[in-house]
Structure formats: structure tokens, C-alpha cells
Design a binder for this molecule. Sequence first.
Ligand code: ZN
Length: 116
Amino acid sequence: MTSNVRVLRVCIYCNGEFIAKTAFTKYCTERCNKRHYKQRQKEKKIEESNEETTKIIQRPLIELQSKEFLSIKETCTILNLSRSTIWRMMKKDQIKYKKFRGRTIILKSDLYEMFE
Ligand SMILES: [Zn+2]
């Protein structure tokens, strides 16, 4: 008889009990090992993708912090309102705006005043 160690363990992927040959074996089968690896790779990718998305969302906000003159689109982003809501508020004089060379400009300081 060989002196193989046999330990009852629980697979960290499928939670199934199995007899391991070493105390370090984590998976009942090669298949569970591979599946768990794939799963972790997938989770890692999703996490990376989410981080990337967060960066993309935050980038314009950081740029907007230093701007004093805003377009309608930028105002939407800052106030987290839709374009049509901004238009409606402009028509009702709830948001001050100026036309400058055919473009609509909203002063950030005017937005601050709205909340005073
Ligand atoms: Zn397993």
C-alpha cells in the first residue's frame, strides 16, 4: 500500500464532497476547477468593464466642474435631467439662458441661483 493521504473535502465550486489525495485539493474534478476558473475570469471581465464604464461616466462630469458656460447637453448631465425637461424649464423661464452665435448657453452660476 502506498501512503496516499485521503482527505474528505468539499469542492469550492460545486460544494460536492470528494476524497482528495492532498489537503490542498480544492476541486472535486478537473471540470470544476476549469469551470471555477472560467467563472472567475468572467467576473473579472465584468468588473473591469464596470470600472471602465464608471470612468467614462465620470470623465465628462469632472470636465464640467471647471466650466462656467454650459450647453443644453451639459446642463442635462449636471442636473441629471432629460433634454426635454430642460427645454420645458427654459420656456417657463425656470432656467435662464442666452443665445450666443446661434448656440444656447446656460451659465452655471444661474443654475446655482435656482437652488438658492
Ligand atoms: Zn466540484
